[in-house]
Design a protein around this ligand. Structure first.
Ligand code: NAG
Length: 489
């Protein structure tokens, strides 16, 4: 339990944090000032959200509508349960919402906020899935999700701080959680969709706790941890290195010197005039919301330009994170199929190469992988060695490079085949419904410390850590840059 003094202290720190952001984020401040000045103290607000908002594509259902090219070419409409499926967790949540409408959710409204371009399809699917009655407000149009939320606030009269929001896209160009969280909405990042009910229940638990302080910029991450945005102090100077630049579009990201901080966006317009920056350069800067409400570096000073590694020594690789023991089982070549309930690997064709990053957690599978591995005749010693990373490779590192094979949907019966279970290292019931083959895998020449993220993310590593024969083979087949294309919407 949080002590009353701690609560008071956190309330005071929120108030003081607002006074320091006052001139930079007026929309944001108004909401909070109103909240604190109002007669209803936060303690009397209900601890169930007044409005729960869901994104559609890859959050409630899969695949994303833009992926249904064949159906578009044939001039047809997608069919619910066939072309587009609700995630299992989403389906269960909706059943619950329907049955708890008069009890637990008596004071809660529900809404959809989607930026899909396939507006008619989305409406048609909501009808086909019989979801229209579930949602009190439906906002579907391309553009900026902050607009969807402003409409929701206007139409419902509910403040941002009484809303809870689920979305598969966190930050960056197509991100939703971050801009919506900075409005003051508690946002839940579900990079693999709402594949299990627990995502919803965990979020409601977090909401209850969060409702004692309602800090803006809070995101519940894919691994159920919490990130609180950097809305804190616009005068504080930060240090970091340029991690990535897009010279055509004239923006980039800065990796903070301090560990564990999220990368900060910057636009070339905010560099000192005439400055040219490259990956690795050292910058000093403050952080403030830009015109579009997103946090961005400003007052940038270039402290040091990197000479050590020229761009040609670095290679940008897509990377995905897995926890132990499965990451080691994959890197050691035992696990040849990776399964997901979300569409994370769907955009990447056969032959795509990615780095494998080892997450900080141990995946809690109740040691069922041991049972599966034993069924193939392995002894304890062999299992222990397949679950271990080689010397010098640890959690928190990119450890190996993999080549993906096909990604395909499986039935429960297929997932329960003994051979299949062994190639996944899990029982059919515990596996995800989308299988991705791992065609080959090899350890990097050296592990590279990288902070993990949900979904597929980009990492720059020195070319020299990639084992021989991996970069040459098909590096021109994907596109002209060879190793990276973005497929997140
Ligand atoms: C996929 O979903 C099923 C059913 O909700 C669940 O039991 C399983 O643990 C999930 N697996 C993965 C790999 O996410």
């Amino acid at each position: 339990m949080v002590s009353p003094t701690a609560l008071l202290a956190s309330a005071l720190s929120i108030i003081s944090m607002f006074s320091s952001t006052l001139s930079f984020a007026p929309q944001h401040v108004n909401i909070m000032v109103k909240r604190h000045a109002s007669k209803r103290s936060p303690h009397f607000l209900q601890s169930v959200p007044s409005l729960i908002v869901f994104d559609l594509d890859n959050t409630l259902w899969t695949p994303e509508l833009y992926q249904l090219r064949t159906i578009a070419q044939q001039n047809k409409d997608p069919v619910a349960h066939k072309d587009v499926k609700l995630f299992d967790g989403a389906h269960k949540i909706i059943q619950q919402i329907k049955s708890d409408r008069d009890s637990k959710f008596a004071n809660t409204k529900f809404a959809v906020a989607s930026r899909t371009k396939s507006v008619d399809w989305a409406h048609s699917l909501l009808t086909q899935f019989e979801l229209r009655d579930v949602f009190d407000y439906i906002e579907i149009f391309p553009g900026n999700k902050e607009q969807h939320f402003k409409n929701l606030r206007r139409d419902s009269g509910i403040e941002f701080s009484e809303m809870l929001f689920f979305d598969d896209a966190r930050d960056g160009k197509f991100g939703n959680c971050e801009p919506v969280a900075s409005l003051g909405v508690l946002s839940v990042h579900t990079p693999n969709g709402i594949y299990e009910e627990s995502l919803f229940h965990n979020a409601l638990d977090h909401y209850r706790e969060w409702s004692t302080h309602r800090s803006p910029g809070t995101i519940i991450e894919w691994d159920n941890s919490i990130t609180v945005g950097q809305t804190v102090n616009v005068n504080q100077r930060h240090k970091g290195n340029v991690k990535f630049v897009n010279r055509e579009k004239r923006f980039g990201f800065i990796q903070h010197e301090e560990r564990g901080k999220k990368d900060t966006f910057f636009h070339f317009n905010d560099l000192p005039s005439g400055a040219v920056v490259e990956e690795g350069d050292e910058l000093e800067f403050t952080i403030a919301p830009a015109r579009n409400g997103k946090l961005s570096a400003s007052n940038i000073e270039v402290k040091g330009q990197s000479q050590s590694t020229s761009d040609s020594d670095l290679v940008e690789m897509r990377t995905f994170s897995m926890n132990l023991p499965f990451a080691a089982l994959l890197a050691n070549g035992y696990k040849t199929i990776e399964t997901r309930n979300g569409t994370m690997f769907t955009p990447y064709p056969e032959g795509t190469k990615m780095l494998l990053h080892v997450g900080q957690r141990i995946y809690p599978d109740g040691d069922r992988h041991i049972e599966v591995m034993k069924s193939g005749g392995l002894n304890d010693e062999e299992i222990t060695s397949l679950k271990s990373l080689p010397r010098g490779f640890t959690k928190g590192m990119a450890v190996a490079i993999v080549e993906l094979g096909k990604t395909y949907e499986t039935t429960l019966a297929q997932r329960c085949e003994p051979d299949y279970q062994r190639s996944v290292a899990a029982f059919g019931q515990d596996s995800g419904m989308l299988a991705t083959e791992i065609k080959r895998v090899e350890y990097l020449k050296q592990g590279v410390k990288v902070s993990g993220q949900g979904g597929v993310f980009k990492v720059k590593v020195e070319r020299s850590v990639i084992p021989d024969g991996w970069l040459e083979a098909s590096s021109s087949s994907n596109n002209d840059k060879g190793y990276y294309y973005s497929a997140t919407f």
